[in-house]
Design a protein around this ligand. Sequence first.
Ligand SMILES: [Zn+2]
Length: 335
Amino acid sequence: MKVIDIHSHFFPKTWPSLQDKFGGNDWPWLKHLPNDGTGLDKAMLMKGEQAFRPIYSACWDAEVRLQQMEEQGVDQQLISATPILFAYQKPVEQALYCAQIFNDAALDICAQGQGRLFAMAQVPLQDPDAACVEASRAMASGHVGVQIGNHVGNKNMDDEGIVTFLQHCASENISVLVHPWDMLGGERMPKYMLKWLVAMPAETQLSIMSLILSGAFERISKDLKICFAHGGGSFAFQIGRVDNAWNHRDIVREDCPNLPSSYTDRFFVDSAVFSDESLQLLTNIMGNDRVMLGSDSPFPLGEQRVGTLVREHQQLSTSSKSKILGENAMSFFGL
Ligand SMILES: [Zn+2]
């Protein structure tokens, strides 16, 4: 049974100072911390002068990552940037520069991965034309797909430019992972990581609903391979509510000709839901062919022992587990 983790993140160990290059005080950089002798090298991810998140060497050191994969029985892992590196809010030239340096850095890490690490590229999604060009460049240089943030400012996934980008991906067989970021309602969630716990799942549900209810899935080629992180966020648990609304309110049906739940054959989700009951519901809604192992490692909110939720699930059959753990990813990413 091949085990492929499609959702994990990397940071290069260093990169050129974006603040020096572009000005502004909100660029990401790594402050490496002195090793206190208690284990792996650590760093603080900074956003300007603010501490954003503690990380450690599995983010940049392929050897450390491979060691963990070995211990956890993971055969292959896909690495992608963290949305803080996207620079969607910046001028397109700056976002393109970020995409190029981080995409190339991801390939450098994969080159040390003994054939077990693969990368997904980032693109300057605020400019669909530039995003298409960088996606194609990245694929030609060795990436196996792209990862995009789930919105650009106030533009949701049904934005014409984003739909154009998705159509480009469909036509060039570029697989897409959608990752939530820049969470809505953040001003009401200053504490307890509520932005990650409440708003992030809502962001992903919003993205899926915007593609379904706008009729975008009717316009986008069925060749598009698109996957949503974190099990699709709140989507699976709330799809009954949406179907009910579609049945009873014409303003919900306005641009969406088919029952919302019928569109679950148009996208995939990862398995990062962290409970047996949630994974059961997710596979019931999506089917076993449309869920792929995703850990969100090596972050504290990720699955600490990658694949355990799927492997130890009491109800899923061996063949279902095999699909979720690896087979679905093999066909989705052409691995
Ligand atoms: Zn993630």
